[in-house]
Ligand binder design. Structure first.
Ligand code: ADP
Length: 639
């Protein structure tokens, strides 16, 4: 559904507290194997992304991590020595110079650790931007080759939304956390070595204390990921409603129908639903964490007492007390840091799976041959539909049924039919934006699937009903018809003349260089819909195409402009194959072939004369329009 459609009704649901368990969660051994297997695969994928972005990011982060890991023990050692020497100086066993030495070292240490902090922030910020940009461009490039059919499936939007959301901070966060875990491991190892002399069991106790924290962390991260996946539709709905409120094209309708409050209400309701489950998850996780912290604090206190006891016994100096208790603090902080970092990495890799899934989305509109055919250019083309039927992906209804049709070189064919008859769909198949569900389409005698899709796209100059309006200059709007050609003013002007747009363009403040729309430019010009349409026609003329297709090209044009464009077309098309979809049947009268579509089937085919004589569907449509036209003329003369 496009942004212009009515928003879907929200399904009432109270199931937000129970995201479905992922399949297979009960088969533990296999599940864990799969989990860890995928975990490393995903982690590797992220490292690859960062590596692709800039190699120095990787090395800088590793360097910073190692330094960060070593610094705590250096600090503990310096502080202990400083206090010991102070005590000794107090007792008169050493001079003040020993104290000075350690004091200066302490300040050098402080300075280095501050500088390291700055460097860390700087590297993280710069690399954050670079990595995000790298991934976003990767997603855009992937989006470029996504089959149009994908856009019809909600699941695709879900993948796209997930990929886009996760692309920004997640990879760097994962990388940072991985390196944090490395730093913490280095810190732990160094302090364990230090503590070994007073009791090897102490680090063991601290490690055991980490287990409950680890369990809580991993369980809740997984719950969080499942919840986010489960609620992906909610987030897309929120984006959809806020998009409706800020969409320029819809602003008129939203105001006049007074839809703003409805959309804001819906937005808020979806948020409430999304948030209530999330809030519960966050609260639960923190209740667990607080309880575990309480136990940890008590046990730590007992360990401190043990070290203090050793000092009072005379086994340790006063400075050693600070060193060993500092070691205890550092180890427990590092154990927690390792757990949270690994959990963040774990969670991140689960999220990043969205990006991986999106990137792995297979393109189906590809050539069926290993060496795709290349269509001949600048010749007349023949297109044949043979028993073609089609239903849109994910739907059951055939919108085209058993179409048999031949379009010959140089022909001007007109597709006629009521709204929803399947005209645009037929064009989408003809241009290979979709593949038929049944039957084949032949281009110059070969299955269209055997050709390279990009080369096939190049054959067509096309204007869709919902043609593009681009916030760039007039000239670029026309030149977008063929981007691989260097912009040449003469052809641009010719295309503007042929599409009957030259007059209004000349009147614009900067003629062809006038910026259009006011998204970016103060002085941007807003065109009328008819003028936009003329520009889109100019774009099709500018394209160096062999087959011209115009899907209701004249819907927003007045009758005179329409006639002029048709005349231009007739002159220009030479031996080009031209296919029109038109509501105004007056334009069909000169066509070499009229195809009447009804309910997805071709019901009549022939020239205007033949079809009028047939006295069938076309005759009825034509007579109704002619009658309406005559009555309106009569009303005009009567007035
Ligand atoms: P026309 O151009 O003759 O007005 P279309 O070819 O646009 O008709 O539509 C033909 C039928 O296909 C309609 O019933 C329409 O609802 C359906 N349809 C069009 N686009 C899609 C889509 N992306 N997904 C599912 N159904 C679609």
């Amino acid at each position: 559904m496009g942004p212009g459609g009515m928003p879907p009704p929200l399904r009432p649901n109270n199931d937000h507290l129970k995201p479905p368990k992922p399949k297979g969660i009960k088969e533990l051994p296999g599940y864990i194997k799969k989990l860890t297997g995928d975990f490393f695969g995903r982690l590797l994928y992220i490292f690859k992304l960062v590596w692709e972005t800039r190699k120095w990011i990787f090395f800088s982060l590793l360097f910073i991590a190692v330094l960060r890991g070593i610094l705590p023990i250096v600090s503990a050692y310096i502080t202990a020595q400083l206090i010991n020497n102070l005590a000794r100086a107090y007792n008169g066993t050493v001079g003040l110079d020993s104290v000075m030495f350690w004091l200066v070292l302490q300040f050098v240490y402080l300075f280095i650790s501050k500088i390291l902090g700055f460097i860390d922030t700087m590297v993280t910020r710069i690399s954050g931007e670079l990595v995000t940009n790298h991934i976003k461009v990767k997603i855009l490039k992937k989006a470029k080759e996504i089959d149009l059919g994908r856009f019809d499936i909600p699941e695709f939007y879900e993948k796209l939304e997930n990929a886009n959301r996760e692309a920004s901070m997640r990879p760097l966060q994962i990388l940072n956390s991985t390196f944090n875990a490395i730093s913490s491991s280095i810190t732990i190892v160094s302090f364990v070595v230090l503590l070994w002399s007073i009791g090897p069991w102490i680090p063991l106790v601290l490690a055991l204390l980490g287990i409950p924290t680890a369990i809580v962390n991993f369980v809740f991260r997984r719950k969080n990921v499942n919840y986010m996946r489960f609620r992906s539709k909610d987030r897309r709905q929120m984006e959809y409603y806020s998009g409706l409120m800020t969409n320029k094209d819809l602003a008129k309708e939203v105001r006049l129908f007074n839809l703003s409050d409805t959309f804001i209400d819906r937005f808020s309701n979806v948020f409430k639903r999304y948030f209530s489950g999330l809030k519960k998850l966050i609260l639960k996780e923190n209740i667990w964490n607080i309880s575990i912290t309480l136990i940890t604090v008590i046990i730590n206190c007992l360990l401190f007492l043990f070290v203090a006891f050793k000092v009072t016994e005379g086994e340790l100096e006063i400075g050693d007390y600070t060193m060993y208790t500092g070691a205890l603090n550092s180890i427990s902080a590092s154990v927690t840091a390792i757990i949270t970092s690994t959990a963040t990495v774990f969670e991140g890799t689960l999220f990043i799976e969205n990006v991986i899934r999106f990137m792995k989305d297979k393109k189906t509109i590809v050539s069926s041959l290993e060496e795709p055919r290349i269509p001949q250019r600048h010749i007349g083309h023949t297109i044949e539909f043979k028993n073609v039927s089609f239903k849109y992906p994910g739907t059951d209804k055939f919108v085209l049924k058993n179409i048999n049709l031949t379009l010959n070189p140089g022909e001007t064919a007109v597709l006629v039919g009521l709204n929803g008859a399947g005209k645009t769909t037929l064009i989408k198949l003809l241009t290979r934006l979709y593949d038929p569900t049944e039957g084949v389409i032949l281009l110059d005698g070969y299955d269209i699937k055997e050709y390279s899709p990009e080369e096939v796209y190049d054959l067509f100059g096309i204007i869709f009903q919902d043609f593009g309006k681009y916030a760039v200059s007039v000239k670029e709007n026309i030149a977008f018809g063929q981007v691989d050609k260097e912009i040449d003013d003469e052809s641009i002007e010719a295309a503007a003349t042929q599409s009957d747009s030259l007059d209004f363009i000349k009147k614009l403040p900067a003629s062809f260089d006038t910026p259009l729309m006011r998204y970016f430019e103060e002085k941007g010009i807003e065109l009328s819909i008819g003028q936009w349409q003329k520009l889109s026609v100019a774009r099709a003329f500018y394209a160096d195409s062999d087959i011209l297709i115009l899907d209701e090209p004249t819907a927003s044009l007045d009758a005179i402009a329409e006639q002029e464009i048709f005349n231009q077309f007739d002159e220009l098309r030479k031996d080009k194959l031209t296919l029109f979809v038109s509501h105004r049947l007056s334009s069909a009268t000169t066509a070499s072939k009229i195809i009447v579509l009804m309910d997805g089937q071709i019901v009549e085919e022939g020239t205007h004369k033949q079809l009028m004589e047939l006295n069938g569907h076309y005759y009825t449509l034509f007579s109704t329009q002619a009658q309406r036209y005559i009555s309106s003329l009569q009303e005009d003369t009567n007035e």
